[in-house]
Structures are given as structure tokens and as C-alpha cells.
Write a protein that binds this ligand. Structure first.
Ligand code: ZN
Length: 480
């Protein structure tokens, strides 16, 4: 039996458990840092597989490692699992019209129930391969909460959990099958808190110092900054406390939240400093006091190119998930559930990937049936951010995408929640587990490749992981 067949069998043997797990976590739909039942379900299922669990790592109650060591324990292979849901995206499973299970409730609109259970399945199948073939190695499943919140992987990395990991593999549910070469950008979020002096806005305006004015001047300053920053950078803001609702009271206290994104951590930090300088200027102009509290930060993600090639080969060997007529029907109904304007934009985006001629045919059966090859020359950036980036600065890391939804599916929607508990979602999850397992085995067999991947990492991180957050920032478990 070939290696691919062996992996297929090992994954198939545990896939029912993984699907049950994915369904459970989908139902729990727990938000960032509150994934108690989801983490417990993952931990319980992996303990039954003989892994040793450490729950509550890096001061995050719902973060864990599950470790299985064989022989010498080398190499050490990590799989990254996520399991947090999103607010307001409750939706019935596999249903193409909006039907929340609980109106306003949370739902798995990013498919992290599939992500976590797929990583679980890959970790277990890789362990089973080591045991069956009497090989050396350690498999660690990292339970990583709150990817949609302020993250966890940067705290887990800062606590040193990836220091002895030789490589880490993960995946994210998607609508394409590919190992993307695109990077995601670094981000830092902070609250800027202004304090002034309250007074009667009509009777004694000269005695007041407005914290709200300071926020507004900060925004004006940042608007001028935007012209003098790199194209790929982004700066967003939201008022979290505008100082009250009374126009006749000079606002003594106001808080504004800023998020700064740039392709590289270094660029992001420089830009963040410029934003804080503007905040200082706004305080000076208004006679108020300013302090800021950093709330979150992620490093940029770039796939380790050496290992991305291995993952890409494994994905090509397995190919796209095998879709049924029922799957195509659901995908097509779901696609049509999007507003007309969204559908038109989706078609334009897909024409860039599939070409104009085939598009019409493809859209009649809108599930990705191809594998899009890894292109190491495509160095573009996606403007999203993920804490997988931090793992990528600590150990060679690659993220795989497998289709779990219709072509053009929009993330963070009720449609995405519906797909995340559907036959389409489960097929994608199982295929992802097969590909990651085979990739881990292939990587493990080639120590020279691991060395090459580590050299690539050394160039990127200079020898060690540096957390983008200052040391005093702790995971915002209660406050996020
Ligand atoms: Zn996600």
C-alpha cells in the first residue's frame, strides 16, 4: 500500500469522531476566550487517543497542548487548532435561507469548528502513523482560542511553546483548494484615552477642556497621515466612548479605538508610533491628557516557502474533495442567497481566478474541483490579519486552504455558518486532514528539508520569536 493510501485509511478510521467533534463545537458556538465546552470536547477526544494534555497554557484557560511522543521524540510536529465562533451569526446547518437557531446568537461563520476538528484529525492520524510504523517523533496539537478576538498564538509563542517545535501545519476553511503564497498583514490595536475638564458648554466654555475634541483632532491628524504611509497599510478607528450624549457639557473623558495594519511587524510598529505621536499632539492642542493601552497585536503571516512546496505536492496528490450532486445543489442555492450586488462582485473576482470562458460553466456547479498551484512568486498581501503569523515567526509554518463552501463564499456571514455544519464542510475538513497528515509525514522523512525551512525562518526572525506585544500585556480574558 502506498503512503497516500495508508494516510487515507488512517484518517478514515478517525474521521467519524472528527465530524462528531466538528458538529459539537459548531453547536456550542462559543466566543473568543469563552470556548470552555469546545476546548473540553477537543481535549476529551484527544485524551482517548493517548495524548497528554496541558489545559490553560499561557494564562489562557481555553488554550492547550496535547502531546504524543514516540521513541526519541524527534522531530516535533505541531498542528494548530482553532475553535472560536462569531457574534450574531447563528444559523441553521446546511440551509440556504437565513434562519438563525437563536436570533442574534453566535455562529461558526469562519468555520473554526472545522478548522479545529480537522487539525485534531491530522494530529491523531499522524500519531497513528508513527505508532503503526514504529517511528520516532512527537505530535503536538495546539489548542488556540480567540483567533477572532485578541488572539492566543502570540501569547503561546511568547511563553516558549513553539521553541522546540520543528514545524507547524494548519489549515483554514475556504472556497478554493490551495496553499496560498499570499501574506496577511501585521496588526496592532489600542485604546486612546483622553481626559479633560468638564464644564458648562454655554456658560463656561473657557473652563472646559474637551476630550471629544482631542479624539476628533486625532482623527483629523490621522487622515493627513494616510497620505504619507505605504499603500498596503491601513488605519481604522471606532469611538468606544464619545464622552456622553449632552452637547451642553464639555466632554471630560473620551476613548477612541485604533487599529494599525502594515505588511511587516516593523512597518506596523513604526506606523503605530506615528499614530501615538498624533494622539499626543491632539492632547497638547486641546489641553487634555492622553494615555493609550495596547489591546492586541498579531505578526504578519508568510508561509514558509520550503515547506509550502511539500504541502502543495500533497494537496495535488489528493486533489480537490469529491463533491456529490447534492453538494453542488446546496452550493448553488447558497450562492444565490447572496444579494445580487454581492453575486456580481463574486463573479468578477472568480473570473480572475478561473478565466472568463469557463466561468459560466463553473458557476453552475459552484464548488472548487481543482487545485490551484502554490506560486512562490506571488508575494501580494491580503489585508486581513491572523495570529498564525506569530507561529510563523517562531517555527516554520504553513497554512493550507481546502474548499468547505461554495465558490465566492463570503466569510463571516450566516451562509458561512450554514456551510460549517454541512456535508461540504465535512468533506473539506477530511481532505484537509489527509493533506496535512501526508505533508507532516513527508516533511518528517526529510531532515534536510526541515533544516532548510529553519534557515528560511532564521532570515525572517533573526534567531528568535519576538512578540509584537509589550511583556506587560496579558491575554484579555475577561475584558475582551
Ligand atoms: Zn477564521
Amino acid at each position: 500500500m502506498g503512503q497516500k493510501e495508508e494516510v487515507k485509511n488512517l484518517v478514515a478510521a478517525k474521521s467519524e469522531t472528527a465530524v462528531t467533534l466538528a458538529k459539537q463545537i459548531w453547536k456550542f458556538a462559543e466566543l473568543a476566550y469563552k470556548e470552555t465546552q469546545s476546548a473540553a470536547a477537543m481535549v476529551d477526544a484527544i485524551q482517548k487517543e493517548g495524548f497528554t494534555v496541558d489545559l490553560g497554557i499561557a494564562d489562557i484557560p481555553t488554550a492547550f497542548t496535547a502531546t504524543y511522543k514516540c521513541g526519541s521524540g524527534k522531530p516535533v510536529m505541531g498542528f494548530l487548532a482553532e475553535y472560536d465562533a462569531l457574534d450574531g451569526l447563528s444559523q441553521e446547518a446546511a440551509k440556504a435561507e437565513q434562519c438563525p437557531i437563536e436570533p442574534g446568537g453566535s455562529g461558526h461563520g469562519c468555520g473554526h469548528n472545522l478548522l479545529g476538528s480537522g487539525a485534531w484529525l491530522a494530529a491523531v492520524a499522524t500519531k497513528d502513523y508513527l505508532v503503526k510504523n514504529n517511528l520516532d517523533g512527537t505530535v503536538i496539537l495546539f489548542g488556540c482560542p480567540a483567533e477572532e478576538g485578541a488572539g492566543s498564538k502570540q501569547f503561546i509563542a511568547r511563553a516558549g511553546y513553539f521553541d522546540n517545535v520543528d514545524f507547524a501545519y494548519t489549515w483554514h476553511p475556504a472556497y478554493l483548494n490551495r496553499v496560498s503564497s499570499r501574506s496577511s498583514v501585521a496588526i496592532m490595536g489600542a485604546n486612546f484615552i483622553f481626559d479633560g475638564i468638564a464644564s458648562h458648554a454655554g456658560g463656561a466654555p473657557h473652563l472646559g477642556r474637551s476630550a471629544l475634541d482631542a479624539c476628533e483632532l486625532m482623527n483629523v491628524g490621522v487622515n493627513y497621515l494616510r497620505e504619507h504611509m505605504i499603500d498596503e497599510a491601513r488605519v481604522h478607528y471606532a469611538y468606544s466612548d464619545a464622552g456622553g450624549t449632552a452637547p451642553n457639557v464639555v466632554q471630560a473623558h473620551a476613548v477612541i479605538k485604533y487599529e494599525v495594519r502594515a505588511p511587516k511587524v516593523k512597518q506596523m510598529k513604526e506606523l503605530f508610533t506615528r499614530v501615538t505621536d498624533i494622539a499626543k499632539g491632539a492632547a497638547l492642542m486641546t489641553g487634555t491628557k492622553m494615555k493609550y493601552e495596547i489591546a492586541m497585536a498579531f505578526s504578519d503571516y508568510t508561509p514558509n516557502k520550503t515547506l509550502a512546496v511539500v504541502m502543495d505536492e500533497c494537496l495535488k496528490e489528493f486533489g480537490a474533495p469529491e463533491w456529490s450532486e447534492g453538494d453542488y445543489k446546496l452550493a448553488s442555492d447558497m450562492l444565490r442567497s447572496y444579494p445580487k450586488q454581492t453575486q456580481l462582485t463574486v463573479f468578477e473576482d472568480l473570473a480572475e481566478i478561473f478565466g472568463d470562458e469557463d466561468l459560466e460553466k463553473i458557476m453552475r456547479r459552484p464548488l472548487d474541483s481543482t487545485v490551484h498551484p502554490f506560486d512562490p512568486k506571488d508575494n501580494r498581501y491580503e489585508s486581513g490579519s491572523t495570529d498564525v503569523g506569530d507561529v510563523g515567526y517562531a517555527t516554520p509554518t504553513v497554512e493550507l486552504n481546502v474548499a468547505t463552501a461554495c465558490l465566492g463564499n463570503v466569510g463571516h456571514t450566516w451562509q458561512n455558518t450554514a456551510f460549517s455544519c454541512s456535508p461540504i464542510g465535512f468533506k473539506g475538513m477530511i481532505r484537509a486532514a489527509e493533506v496535512m497528515t501526508l505533508a507532516a509525514i513527508r516533511t518528517m522523512e526529510q531532515p534536510e528539508l526541515i533544516e532548510k525551512a529553519k534557515k528560511e525562518l532564521l532570515k525572517k526572525n533573526g534567531g528568535k520569536y519576538v512578540c509584537p506585544l509589550p511583556d506587560y500585556i496579558q491575554p484579555p480574558i475577561e475584558t475582551y
